[in-house]
Design a protein around this ligand. Structure first.
Ligand SMILES: [Zn+2]
Length: 263
């Protein structure tokens, strides 16, 4: 499997790689609040959850690429401004296979000026129907979108699995929840959730990749992508910000963490 995976990646995904997609159906309760208005309250009501609860609801398993090795050989810090969604187009490998391959430095890409900067493909999360694997901390850059462009320098990369037997609906649901949780965590608007297609890849043809392919319409964002964004929005609205955090203007990520510990 590992070798097939690599072959698939080096051949098909070659220089770019990493993609996830997301969209989902959810039973979450919709708030009537405007997306930009922050629902607050120290109690969770009507099925509302905190960003932290949503994060654990989707079962995020941390399997980081070893620090100082392979795709993390050089530390490259990042302040997330976008969330980039891809799909793997790998019909054999599941999230565990991708985690293993990343951990062992198996996903190589030719390092070149103006292209891949580190010789490896990396991204932050891989989602499948029943789990989310995390490969990189969200404050480190990945190598999944557009070489030295904004997509790699400022976005969290999510890959959606496409292996046989994996439920696309459930994968989309998990991805939508992951996006919503990250939006809350980093105070990002819905427009910060973009498909890989969004980022031009200098020197490649086509410049905009058809990724995640099953959420694109004729190779570009259309109705299916918008439907996915609506799912993200619905999940986002389910998230309540505890009063202790809202009263501090959201607090920064570390401060939030401390407040959550004390709740
Ligand atoms: Zn992609």
């Amino acid at each position: 499997m590992g070798r097939d995976l690599i072959a698939l990646y080096t051949a098909a995904c070659a220089l770019l790689a990493a993609g996830i997609m997301a969209s989902c159906t959810t039973s979450g309760i919709e708030s009537t609040a405007n997306l930009d208005r922050v629902p607050t309250g120290s109690k969770l009501t009507q099925g509302g959850v905190t960003e932290k609860q949503m994060f654990s609801e989707i079962r995020v398993v941390k399997r980081f690429i070893p620090k100082g090795r392979y795709g993390r050989k050089v530390h490259r810090s990042m302040k997330p401004r976008y969330i980039t969604v891809h799909s793997t187009q790998n019909y054999d490998g599941d999230a565990w296979d991708h985690a293993r391959a990343l951990e062992r430095g198996k996903l190589r890409a030719p390092k070149r000026r103006g292209g891949n900067r580190i010789g490896y493909l990396t991204w932050h999360f891989t989602v499948q129907q029943d789990v989310v694997m995390q490969h990189l901390p969200t404050n480190e850059q990945g190598e999944h979108a557009d070489f030295d462009g904004v997509g790699n320098n400022y976005s969290i990369g999510i890959e959606m699995c496409e292996h046989r037997g994996n439920s696309r609906t459930q994968t989309l649901e998990r991805t939508a929840k992951l996006c919503a949780s990250l939006m809350r965590q980093y105070n990002l608007p819905l427009r910060s959730v973009v498909p890989h297609y969004h980022w031009p890849r200098k020197g490649l043809k086509p410049e905009h990749k058809n990724c995640p392919h099953y959420l694109m319409t004729n190779g570009r964002p259309g109705r299916k992508w918008n439907d996915f964004l609506q799912m993200v929005k619905r999940e986002y609205k389910r998230i309540y910000v505890p009063a202790q955090i809202a009263s501090r203007g959201f607090a920064d990520v570390r401060e939030k963490e401390a407040i959550y510990q004390g709740l």
